[in-house]
Design a protein. Structure first.
Length: 107
């Protein structure tokens, strides 16, 4: 398939490898008709600033920050529960050891 690419479907997406645009030969230079003046529409389109385009990214970043914060808090809570469980286990072992020592001394 040796067909040339079109504007919508270029042969390559690399701008360095694409053929440069050539002016039309059947139209004299500078003969383009002026565009319709739509200042209101252009002004409203210009309202889409870079910050506005980055809002979804900022929202995703804030959401991930919140999720990481929740995960960190959950890990701390789990480690606290584990530490308390180990402390109770150590206290029971200590009581058993004292009781065993007291029984050995009494006999």
């Amino acid at each position: 398939m040796n067909t040339a690419g079109t504007i919508d479907r270029p042969l390559t997406h690399d701008p360095q490898k694409q053929a440069p645009m050539k002016p039309s030969t059947h139209e004299p230079t500078g003969s383009a008709t002026p565009d319709v003046i739509t200042t209101g529409a252009n002004d409203s389109r210009q309202n889409r600033t870079r910050e506005m385009q980055l809002i979804p990214e900022a929202l995703a970043r804030a959401h991930m920050h919140d999720r990481l914060h929740e995960a960190r808090q959950e890990r701390q809570a789990m480690s606290l529960v584990t530490a308390r469980r180990m402390q109770r286990r150590a206290e029971r072992a200590s009581r058993r050891a004292r009781r065993a020592l007291a029984m050995a001394v009494m006999q």
